[in-house]
Design a protein around this ligand. Structure first.
Ligand code: MEV
Length: 463
């Protein structure tokens, strides 16, 4: 009886708790951003968690003890309540254009740094990576609507173009001194796709800055000038007065901000595992890449492996990985279907593996000047220029893809993956340091699957 009462009691408590949460979630909070950090934490933990330790996790375990550093992080975004850590690892031995790099990577996936390091070491002995920047052009657009005669609009554009540049001079002054600025402004007629729709399609050189703020400021100035001058340009008539600027924003699709990286060696040097002949490996890699070139399902996963390397370096160096992801995937579709970003071939007995990707990166401005770990990551890379960083990032993507594809066509991916994942499983099981050592030894000789690890661990504890 007593047992049943306590069970009912428990059910009632759960219902009250879920109702309370339900109510909390349906009623919006006003002025959340104005609450203190502690008040925000109290509100979120009281209303959205059943976890008695939530507050301790957020504050004691994740706040930085250095209050200045913590404040810096708090101010990066709105409504910060704590920090979110990712492992920051190093993939050494990258020989790129005859210079040796140790590449910092911020990533949670267990096998990525190990795979990059393996590929770096492999190619170190075969001449290393060669990389080249093919272009550094950034793009921004003013999207606007004009209902009048397109020929008159073009005449107006020819008149206004120098004024656009002149009015933006206060914004471009510093960038010009660094060798950058506005490189081209073009009027694009898009009315065939959308009635009355035109663009100012603008290109920029932003040197070592990613340039988002610079470009957007220029574009917003272009929009003001465009509207103002159109009012005064008599030939446009009333339609000129009614030009509607829809938006002014940079484009993350930068197909002319391009970098290429490659590795190559005689086929007979492609000794990856003891079991497979180099010629066979070379052919298998080429075939795997050919599949990714024509088959979108495989291409997406193939490119995801590339992004494992790219995102990790982009993140470690404080760059915008969402912009990079969006731009690279759009580039992978440029021929009309989604395809592989890497290519492989065997010509006259030489195996070549290459990548070509757009990358808009910065090594000055943004987080690069603010975030202490980002600064350190850049220092580890020798404080590269933006074009040099483009080469390093492209190489990280190529190395990652080489490691993944060469494993896939030989041993399979799980062997290496599970070895790296072993520690995660052991940590979940609460293994001691000694137990971890013994399990690592054990799985040098056995295949590590999740079940096999759990079973072996139970055996170890209860022989
Ligand atoms: C896993 O994060 C990445 C891979 O799936 C990439 C690939 O399949 O090429 C291993």
């Amino acid at each position: 009886m007593c047992g049943r009462y306590s069970r009912m009691h428990l059910i009632a408590l759960i219902i009250i708790f879920s109702l309370r949460n339900h109510l909390a979630m349906t009623e919006p909070i006003e002025g959340f951003s104005k609450l203190s950090k502690q008040q925000k934490i109290d509100w979120i933990t009281e209303n959205f968690t059943h976890n008695a330790h939530a507050s301790k996790t957020l504050i004691k375990r994740y706040w930085n003890t250095d209050s200045i550093l913590q404040q810096l992080h708090d101010e990066f975004i709105e409504n910060t309540i704590t920090n979110y850590y990712l492992p920051f690892g190093i993939a050494p031995n990258f020989l790129i254009n005859d210079r040796l790099y140790a590449i910092p990577m911020a990533i949670e996936e267990s096998s990525v740094v190990a795979a990059a390091s393996r590929a770096a070491k492999f190619w170190f002995g075969r001449g290393g990576f060669k990389a080249k920047v093919l272009g550094t052009e950034k793009i921004g657009q003013v999207h606007f609507m004009f209902a009048g005669d397109g020929h008159k609009l073009r005449a107006f554009f020819n008149h206004v173009k120098p004024i656009l540049i002149e009015d933006a001079a206060p914004i471009t002054k510093k960038m010009k001194a660094r060798g950058g600025g506005i490189t081209h402004i073009e009027l694009r007629d898009k009315t065939a796709q959308l009635p009355n729709y035109y663009q100012l399609h603008c290109t920029f050189e932003t040197k070592d800055a990613m340039g988002a703020n610079f470009i957007n400021s220029c574009l917003e100035q272009f929009a003001r000038t465009l509207k103002g001058e159109a009012q005064r340009f008599e030939d446009l008539g009333d339609e000129g007065k009614n030009i509607e600027v829809v938006m002014s924003i940079l484009s993350n699709y930068v197909p002319n901000c391009l970098v290429r990286a490659e590795v190559s060696c005689p086929v007979e040097e492609l000794k990856i595992d003891g079991a497979t002949a180099p010629e066979e490996i070379a052919h298998k890699i080429v075939r795997a890449v050919n599949i990714a070139e024509i088959e979108p399902h495989r291409a997406v996963t193939h490119n995801k492996g590339i992004m494992n390397g790219i995102d990790a370096v982009v993140l470690a160096t404080g760059n915008d990985f969402r912009a990079v992801e969006a731009g690279i995937h759009a580039y992978a579709c440029k021929g009309g279907h989604y395809t592989s970003l890497t290519h492989a071939e065997i010509v006259n007995g030489i195996f070549t593996f290459s990548i070509e990707i757009p990358l808009a990166l910065g090594t000055v401005g943004g987080l690069t000047n603010l975030h202490p770990l980002v600064k350190l990551a850049l220092e580890i890379l020798g404080n590269p220029s933006a074009p040099e960083l483009m080469q390093i990032v492209a190489v990280a993507g190529l190395a990652q893809n080489f490691a993944a594809v060469s494993s896939l066509v030989t041993t399979g991916i799980q062997e290496g993956h599970m070895k790296m994942h072993l520690l995660n499983i052991l940590n979940q099981l609460g293994a001691t340091e000694q137990e971890k050592k013994e399990m690592i030894q054990h799985f040098k000789k056995h295949t590590a699957t999740h079940n096999a690890v759990v079973e072996a661990f139970e055996q170890l504890r209860n022989p």
